[in-house]
Design a protein around this ligand. Structure first.
Ligand code: NAD
Length: 491
C-alpha cells in the first residue's frame, strides 16, 4: 500500500458504505506477518454510530415482520455468496490476522458459511413453549410464549476468529428478526466489511446490518455500547473489557451475552491413546498460534506418562512450520500485534524468573527479511511451574502451555478446577466411565473427551466464572436474541 493509494475499509450504515471525509479519523490495518499496513480504516465517530443505530431502529420493524421463511432464505443466500467469494474472504482474513491460509479456509470462512446455514435451519425449525394448566372443575388454561426479537443488537467481537465469531452472532440475531450494529476489532476490520456486501446482495434490507469501525474507549466500541438505542449487547473479548462493558450497559438494564477469556486445562490419564492425545494437544495448545479462547494453556499429565507426553509434545511443537501465511505448508502464523507479542513475552520472562524449565521455544524466531517486521513468537512448553504461578493462572493467549504432573484423578480434577476461569476442558482417556465422570466434574461451559474444539452449533457455548455470562448456540442463541411474551388463555 502506498500513502497515495490506500485501500479503504469503510463503515457500512443504512445499506451504504460511507466514504471517509477529509477531516475524519482513520487508522492503518496492519498485516501481523510483516508489520506493514495493508489498508486504511475509516474510524466511526459518535454521530456516525448514532446514524447506524438509528438506521437499525428504522429497519427493525419491517425486518422483524418479515416471514421467518424469507429471513432464513436471506441467510441461506448469504452462505452461498460467501462460498462464491470464498477466496476473497480468506484473503481478507489472512491479511488482517496473518493466520495460515489453510486455517482461514478450513476454520474461519468455512464456519461462517456453516453459521448462516445452521442458524437458518434452527430458526426455521424452532417451536415455542406451551403448557396446559389444570384448573378446578376439569377446566384448563393454555399458556404459550411468543418469542419476539430483542431489537437493535450491538455485536462486539475480537480479532482472533473475526468472521467466525461475527457470523456466530449476526446469523442468529438476523434470523430471529433483530437488526445489528457491528463493531469488529480494530485489528481485523476486513471481513465484517465484506460481509456487508454479501448480506446486501443476499437481499437483507438496508439498515439491518451496520458496521462501525474503531477502537474501544473513546471510540466506536464505547459509542455503540453506551448508545441508548441499543436493546442488547453480545460481546466476545477479554474478561476485563467484558466487565467494563457490563458496567456501561448496567444502568439501562439491557440483556448481555459475554463470551470472555479462558485458561483451559487438558487432563491426560495413563490409559490415553498417546498418539491421538499428542495430536489433540498439539492442536489445542498451538492452533491459531494459541489465540483461540478454547486453547489449552494448562496440561495436567499423570506422572507415569509425563515424560512420554512431554517428549512427544516437544517433538510436535518443533515440527510446526512458522512462515508466510500464504504458503500452504505453513501451520503457524504470528501473534496479532507487536503489543500482544509484548504481553506474551512478558509471560515468557516471568516464567523464566519463576524457575520454569523451557522444554522448547521461549523466544522470538528469525524468519527472514520479508517477515522480520511481523509479531512472531516461538511455540513454547514449560515444566516446573505450579498452579500458584501467574503464567498458570492468567490467560496468556499465545502458543504456550505449562505441563504439570498429577498422581490421582481427584488431584487432576482439583488442579484443573483451581482457576478463576471456566470456559473449556479436554479429558484424554480410554476409560469410558472416567471420561464422562471427569468431563462432568469440570467447572466449565464445554468439556471434551478425546477431542478438542469439535463443535455442533446446536449445542450451548459459553463459560462460567471469568469466562463469561450466558450461552449462545442452538436454542441458547434463540433465547438470547428474542424476548418471550407469555400469553395465558383461560379455556
Ligand atoms: P478485547 O476485549 O480487547 O476487545 C474485544 C472487542 O471489544 C474489540 O472489538 C474492542 O475494540 C472492543 N472494546 C474494547 N474496549 C471497549 C470498550 N470500552 N467498549 C466497547 N468495546 C470495547 O479482546 P481482544 O484482545 O480483541 O480478544 C482476545 C480476547 O477475547 C481473549 O481474552 C479471548 O479469550 C477472548 N475470546 C473469547 C471467546 C469466547 O467465546 N469466550 C472467543 C474468542 C476470544
Amino acid at each position: 500500500m502506498t500513502a497515495q493509494t490506500p485501500r479503504w475499509i469503510r463503515n457500512f450504515v443504512d445499506g451504504h458504505f460511507i466514504d471517509p471525509d477529509d477531516g475524519g479519523k482513520s487508522f492503518d490495518a496492519i498485516d501481523p506477518a510483516t508489520g506493514l499496513a495493508h489498508a486504511r480504516v475509516h474510524e466511526a465517530d459518535a454521530p456516525l454510530v448514532d446514524r447506524a443505530v438509528t438506521a437499525a431502529r428504522k429497519a427493525l420493524g419491517p425486518w422483524s415482520a418479515t416471514a421467518v421463511r424469507e429471513r432464513t432464505e436471506v441467510l441461506r443466500r448469504a452462505a452461498d455468496l460467501i462460498e462464491a467469494r470464498f477466496d476473497e474472504f480468506v484473503a481478507a482474513e489472512v491479511a488482517d490476522t496473518g493466520k495460515p491460509v489453510a486455517l482461514a479456509r478450513d476454520l474461519d470462512v468455512a464456519r461462517a458459511v456453516a453459521n448462516f446455514r445452521t442458524f437458518a435451519d434452527i430458526v426455521a425449525a424452532a417451536g415455542q413453549e406451551s403448557f396446559l394448566t389444570d384448573l378446578p372443575g376439569g377446566r384448563h388454561a393454555l399458556n404459550y410464549a411468543v418469542r419476539k426479537p430483542l431489537g437493535v443488537v450491538a455485536v462486539i467481537v475480537p480479532w482472533n476468529l473475526p468472521l467466525l465469531l461475527l457470523t456466530w452472532k449476526v446469523a442468529p440475531a438476523l434470523a430471529c428478526g433483530n437488526t445489528v450494529v457491528v463493531k469488529p476489532s480494530e485489528e481485523t476490520p476486513g471481513t465484517a466489511a465484506l460481509l456487508a456486501e454479501v448480506l446486501a446482495e443476499a437481499g437483507l434490507p438496508a439498515g439491518a446490518y451496520n458496521v462501525v469501525h474503531g477502537f474501544g474507549g473513546g471510540s466506536a466500541g464505547e459509542y455503540v455500547t453506551t448508545h441508548p438505542g441499543i436493546d442488547g449487547v453480545t460481546f466476545t473479548g477479554s474478561t476485563a473489557t467484558g466487565a467494563h462493558v457490563m458496567r456501561t450497559v448496567a444502568p439501562r438494564v439491557r440483556p448481555v451475552s459475554f463470551e470472555l477469556g479462558g485458561k483451559n486445562a487438558a487432563l491426560v490419564f495413563p490409559d490415553a491413546d498417546l498418539e491421538e492425545t499428542l495430536d489433540g494437544l498439539t492442536r489445542s495448545v498451538f492452533a491459531n498460534t494459541g489465540q483461540v479462547c478454547l486453547c489449552t494453556e494448562r496440561v495436567y499429565v499423570h506422572r507415569s506418562v509425563f515424560a512420554d507426553v512431554a517428549d512427544g509434545l516437544v517433538e510436535r511443537a518443533r515440527s510446526l512450520r512458522l512462515g508466510s501465511p500464504l504458503d500452504p505448508a505453513t501451520t503457524t502464523g504470528p501473534l496479532i500485534s507487536q503489543a500482544h507479542r509484548q504481553k506474551v513475552r512478558g509471560y515468557l520472562d516471568l516464567a523464566g524468573e519463576l524457575g520454569a524449565k523451557v522444554l522448547t521455544g521461549g523466544g522470538t524466531p528469525a524468519l527472514g527479511t520479508e517477515l522480520d517486521g511481523g509479531s512472531w513468537i516461538e511455540p513454547t512448553l514449560w515444566t516446573g511451574l505450579t498452579n500458584a504461578d501467574r503464567p498458570v493462572r492468567e490467560e496468556i493467549f499465545g502458543p504456550v502451555a505449562a505441563l504439570i504432573p498429577f498422581d490421582t484423578e481427584d488431584e487432576a480434577v482439583a488442579l484443573a478446577n483451581d482457576t478463576d476461569y471456566g470456559l473449556a476442558a479436554s479429558v484424554w482417556t480410554r476409560d469410558l466411565r472416567r471420561g464422562h465422570r471427569v468431563a462432568q466434574a469440570m467447572n466449565v461451559g464445554m468439556s471434551w473427551v478425546n477431542t478438542w474444539f469439535l463443535r455442533d452449533l446446536r449445542s450451548p457455548f459459553g463459560g462460567v466464572g471469568l469466562s463469561g455470562l450466558g450461552r449462545e448456540g442452538g436454542a441458547s442463541s434463540l433465547h438470547f436474541y428474542t424476548e418471550p411474551t407469555n400469553v395465558c388463555v383461560q379455556l
